[in-house]
Design a binder for this molecule. Structure first.
Ligand code: ARG
Length: 459
């Protein structure tokens, strides 16, 4: 019982199994920096409110700084008996400065302390995650620019549909990640609220100043209800949901890279430094990175589900169940950030097989819609045009021809509305360039999208 800060009402020592079962210190030590930062702000506020003497605060703040350095230099030993990061630091403080160390926890509880630590931590991690997303967007934009006018087959149902610009395809991912960044920013607004001063659940009778600690810690707002502040983790769930969406986008992109680098597609070549080999098949070069990113998305979805489930039956206010928020949150952050970083590098070192993409752009009658739209512009109702071109495709399939290989006579056997200019239509670049409405795949639209993106990437 020796070191326990709550030992007062206990006569029996904690069972060793209980100690290790209840301890969160093995993982929550990751929050040490924020815990100390919060304690220093709390300490300064106590002085301002005359709840502590200047000299006492100086001693405490200096010792907290020393503890920070001890931890950073690996001189601090965290033990299960200390239970969590808050008690480990407070115990060390008391060890260093004696009785006055016991004045730090005035008007505060571990319940508002842990809520504060997670919020401080998450603020920083949201910023870093946002920057990681931005780096990946930069790699995508760079590849889009390097292959600006390259055509490829666009797909629906994984069947050739219509030619699109490769750059337009990449910019589709840019858009997904743009929304992911907006989600992170929005989540940050709700994370960026100080719970400190809510104490255990009801606030404190001591004359504290919550606005001051919030200001010292860089929070623009304080929480409005002490019970809510110590008991909800919706902001952790929100972040995890945003991370799950990022992983979903990364996973779709991974799936495409896996397909595209197969010999069946042959669209791209992943750099050797970003692939691994097989222990038995000498020829293999496997796309493990996108495979692992795709696989890891499941793990983040799982964390989202475990957090939601952990919360759903909790009566107000704090319950120890909440301690189970940390491992899923930490692993979510590590997984999503590593995945983003490695995917950005992968795209930088990827080579695009331009000939193959160009060749496939028109394969599989991808310009059938162009012919139908050609007929529409010459007065044929769209439904009729659809049927006419459908029959042309049927004919081509029988003859083993592509649409652009039909003769004028063959075209005219289907409709007299077709003239010589059909052959200029039956070109992938022309096809792409004719789709000029906002958000379409014409070169000009994609150039505009890239210009817009480049502006956005400066922030
Ligand atoms: N380790 C705890 C957690 O992560 C800190 C708060 C503990 N509060 C308590 N009353 N036991 O949630």
């Amino acid at each position: 019982m020796a070191g326990k800060l709550w030992k007062g009402r206990f006569r029996e020592a904690t069972h060793q199994m209980v100690e290790s079962f209840t301890a969160s210190i093995r993982f929550d030590q990751r929050l040490y920096k924020y815990d100390i930062e919060g304690s220093i702000a709390h300490c300064r506020m106590l002085v301002r409110q005359k709840l502590k003497k200047d000299e006492e605060a100086d001693v405490l703040i200096q010792a907290l700084g020393e503890i920070l350095r001890e931890i950073e230099h690996g001189l601090f030993t965290f033990e299960d008996s200390q239970e969590d990061v808050h008690m480990a630091i407070e115990q060390r403080l008391i060890e260093k400065v004696g009785e006055v160390g016991g004045k730090l926890h005035t008007g505060r509880s571990r319940n508002d302390q842990i809520a504060l630590d997670i919020r401080l931590f998450l603020k920083e991690e949201i910023h870093s995650t946002d920057q990681d997303v931005r780096e990946l967007q930069r790699s995508l934009v760079a590849q889009a620019k390097a292959n600006l006018d390259l055509v490829m087959p666009g797909f629906t149902h994984l069947q050739h549909a219509q030619p699109v610009l490769f750059s337009h395809h990449l910019m589709a991912y840019y858009e997904m990640f743009r929304r992911d960044r907006l989600r992170l920013q929005s989540c940050l607004e709700r994370v960026n609220v100080s719970p400190l001063g809510s104490a255990a659940l009801a606030g404190t009778s001591l004359p504290i100043d919550r606005t001051l600690t919030a200001e010292l810690l860089g929070f623009p707002a304080v929480s409005r209800n002490s019970i809510d502040a110590v008991s909800d983790r919706d902001f952790v769930i929100e972040f995890t949901a945003a991370a799950a969406l990022i992983m979903m986008h990364l996973s779709r992109m991974s799936e495409e890279l896996i397909l595209w680098s197969s010999s069946e597609f042959g669209y791209v070549e992943l750099a050797e430094a970003f692939c691994t080999g097989s222990s038995i098949m000498p020829q293999k070069k496997n796309p493990d990175i996108p495979e692992l990113v795709r696989g890891k998305s499941g793990r983040v979805y799982g964390h989202l589900m475990s957090l939601l489930t952990m919360m759903k039956g909790l009566p107000l206010a704090y319950n120890r169940d909440l301690q189970e928020d940390k491992e899923p949150l930490f692993d979510t952050i590590d997984t999503v950030r590593q995945s983003l970083m490695i995917m950005a590098r992968l795209w930088e070192h990827l080579s695009v097989n331009r000939e193959r993409l160009e060749e496939m752009a028109t394969a599989g009658y991808t310009m059938a819609t162009d012919v139908a739209e050609y007929l529409v512009l010459r007065g044929m109702p769209f439904r009729q045009a659809h049927g006419t071109v459908g029959r042309m495709v049927q004919y081509c399939l029988e003859k083993g021809k592509e649409l652009q290989e039909l003769t004028m006579d063959e075209f005219n056997s289907f409709t007299k509305l077709i003239a010589k200019d059909i052959f200029s239509i039956l070109d992938a670049k022309h096809s792409v360039d004719s789709r000029r409405a906002i958000g379409s795949t014409s070169l000009k639209q994609v150039e505009e999208a890239i210009a817009l993106a480049e502006g956005e990437l400066t922030t």
